[in-house]
Design a protein around this ligand. Sequence first.
Ligand SMILES: [Zn+2]
Length: 368
Amino acid sequence: MLERFSGPMVELYNQIELEMLKKLGKALYFKTELLEEDPEAWMVQQLQMMGMLDQQNIRILQQYSGKTVQEINAMLVGSGVYDLEETEEDIKDAIINGAQLAVPPPINQSPQILAIMDAYQAQAASKMNLVNTTLLDQSKQVYIDGLNKAALEVRAGFKSHDQVLREVIKGWVDKGVPALIRSDGAKLGVEGYVRTVVISTMNNMTNELQDQRNIDYGIELVEISSHAGNRPGCRPYAGKVFSLQPNHPRFPYLYDRGIGRIGDPDSLFGINCGHKKYAFVEGMSERTYKPPKSEKEDQKIYEQSQMQRKLERDIRKAKNQLAVFEAANDNEGIKESKQLIRDRQLKMKEFIEATGRTRRNYREQIHT
Ligand SMILES: [Zn+2]
């Protein structure tokens, strides 16, 4: 479900990054003979292309920016409404079972619900604006760093100039264009950062919407689902009942920081969290889930899922590398990338055979 709403948005930014890398790759391969003859003159020639590259990257962002805003809103409204409908189902069940509840206005007329959605849309839009600015600035830095590395290595004389350029491209694709520079100076890539922002915004909003709706109905308690491979940050919650308000006589407060860190990427309702929250009426609702038993089993399944995500990322990176070498028209680079794709697909195949997990082909695709 997460994928259905967040996927298009993450995909869009992966596409933007790849388009930028293709432009950089194409520019890098302009008149490469000069690099062999005179690295300094080559640097001057390449730096003169910066203005043109910047214009091209601005165009890429403009071309996609309307789509990104649309996707943010579609994603947040879509996932919000979807999950609220689930909440309403739970509540209807509770009413059928005899719960005496308040009657709030319908979802699309509830001022509290609309205010929560507006706030999260604005928050996501401003974070994505910052990503756009960072991508534009950092693509220039990535280019300059690549030029310096190439000139330096050619001057050192251990490698041929086409070998050196190929390594620059591989490094670019591997590291990507930073999408955020953190206050401590750490650079976060599109894959990691955009995904985190998109999914945590979506999850935090959904969580807040559901709580608001439960409170509007006068529901005090929720049950958290449990599944195989509960990750460490979710385990304290899985299969248990919590109170939405502090100081409940019998159930712990859901947002008590002594239990865990709801809202953090690796905690309950964070990135890739598949847990759900169900309205629970004491004395009427049946407990559906049981708390997890074997921590070892959870840990093993969780680690395998992390490994599979990494192998999927590696395959996508190899495909990106192929796309950039194609843009740069480097036949040797194209050949090496095709081999890399095959090697990494084989690794995935072996992993799937060894673990018996389900392969998710769509997660190995890129969109060019
Ligand atoms: Zn979870």
